[in-house]
Design a protein around this ligand. Structure first.
Ligand code: SF4
Ligand code: SF4
Length: 161
């Protein structure tokens, strides 16, 4: 369904959403705690760090070679595409280019500001795609509330599921 709003050809030449600045608009993904043991067994070189709450993300600190805050570091699981099997892939990455966000007392599914190729002109199509993933996102967030992040103005609200 995603191909209706994103061309695979544009995506294949981009990799932007798997690259992160130190202060990135595009947040590093949260890994489900129950997947970490298997990921570390398969990829012992991968480093993670814990954030407030239950969130665990990739630790890219030693991937930057300069002090330039615009330097990008590629997620270690991207080797010309994501190498993680589907059951170990962070839900954030599966939900991309949407994020589940909290705005006031409501949950919203919003479009990330940073994908350069997403087709934003067809709102009904964006809503249709967002609706197709909303149920799974809400279900996952019941056991992994860390995927719900505070709303930021640069995100575009697509639906309030
Ligand atoms: S930022 Fe958008 S176009 Fe680029 S790889 Fe990610 S989803 Fe594809
Ligand atoms: S886990 Fe996979 S999809 Fe997610 S940022 Fe890393 S390489 Fe990209």
């Amino acid at each position: 369904m995603l191909e209706e709003i994103l061309s695979a050809r544009d995506c294949a030449r981009c990799e932007f959403c798997c690259s992160f600045r130190r202060q990135s608009l595009n947040l590093t993904p949260y890994f489900a705690p129950e997947t970490l043991e298997e990921i570390q067994r398969l990829y012992p070189e991968a480093k993670f760090k814990s954030l407030p709450g239950r969130a665990v993300t990739i630790d890219l600190d030693d991937k930057y070679s300069t002090d330039d805050e615009n330097e990008e570091a590629l997620c270690p699981f991207n080797r010309k595409g994501c190498i993680l099997p589907e059951h170990l892939k962070p839900f954030d990455c599966k939900l991309w280019p949407f994020r589940l966000m909290k705005k006031g007392g409501s949950l919203v599914l919003a479009l990330v500001p940073s994908c350069p190729w997403i087709k934003k002109d067809d709102m009904s199509k964006l809503k249709e795609v967002a609706l197709s993933v909303a149920h799974e996102a809400i279900k996952y967030s019941k056991t992994h509330p860390e995927i719900i992040i505070e709303y930021r103005d640069d995100y575009q609200i697509i639906i309030e599921p």
